[in-house]
Ligand binder design. Structure first.
Ligand code: MD3
Ligand code: FE
Length: 218
């Protein structure tokens, strides 16, 4: 006799090993998904990545320099300059983007619920005083794929609203090791980082915050 297989198993569905700890305006948040050891190992990997593809100061669509500095890994990264902005296959220096760390790939596979392969990891660096204004992420072609965010280092006050800029918003502190998944209706939610509590984490010796956002671009 054949062994019993639960009929509910869908080979296309990627199981999430645990439900989110919090859902804020449709954004799922897994607290401490990466433990302190995994965070430290990942930071070492990111140090090498930043040496290969140095941080750059992006400009807003309005032409103002951002306080956050950025680089990327994977098939695509984000570039901006006086001539405009968008996804590109090379760092502004002309080097290809470094590969996405394996531990980051594993986060995508565990929590995105997305059948498509990860194409881009953007790295945002928040030095003391850096913030990110309320915006939507809508430059990716396939909006059925979520954006997944990994927070490392100092705690950040994350704000998320609805799909219209003027709507009401809710906030929470993202801490080192937390992972947030923006899928479904929340994929086009307005969001930003109001402030970072400098020195709140001991992961990075001089303080500061790293945010990794994982994306399918095409
Ligand atoms: C909600 N980064 O890189 S991550 C960004 O912490 C960005 O650096 C912030 O916004 C950061 O674009 C916030 C959480 C996040 C990322 C993408 C989203 C929330 C999102 C896309 C849609 C809705
Ligand atoms: Fe964003």
């Amino acid at each position: 006799m054949m062994s019993e297989v639960p009929s509910s198993i869908d080979p296309g569905a990627v199981p999430r090993v645990r439900p989110p700890d919090t859902v804020l305006n449709g954004v799922g948040i897994w607290r401490g998904w990466l433990d302190p050891q995994a965070q430290a190992t990942l930071v070492e990997c990111l140090r090498g990545l930043v040496r290969a593809a140095p941080l750059v100061t992006p400009v807003t669509p309005g032409g103002r320099p951002m306080s956050v500095r950025m680089t990327a890994a994977g098939k695509f990264g984000w570039v901006s300059g006086p001539k405009g902005y968008g996804y590109a296959t090379q760092h502004p220096s002309g080097v290809p983007w470094p590969p996405i760390p394996a531990s980051v790939m594993a986060v995508w596979e565990s929590l995105s619920g997305c059948p498509r392969a990860l194409e881009c990891m953007l790295l945002n660096w928040y030095a003391e005083g850096a913030r990110m204004g309320l915006h939507q992420d809508r430059d990716e072609a396939d909006l059925s794929c979520p954006v997944v965010s990994i927070s490392l280092g100092d705690s950040a006050l994350f704000r998320v609203g609805g799909t219209e800029r003027r709507g009401s918003t809710a906030s929470l502190w993202l801490e080192s090791g937390d992972v947030a998944v923006m899928g479904g209706a929340s994929r086009l939610a307005y969001h930003g980082i109001d402030r970072v509590r400098h020195g709140s984490s001991r992961l990075l010796p001089g303080g500061g915050r790293i945010n990794l956002t994982l994306r399918v671009v095409t």
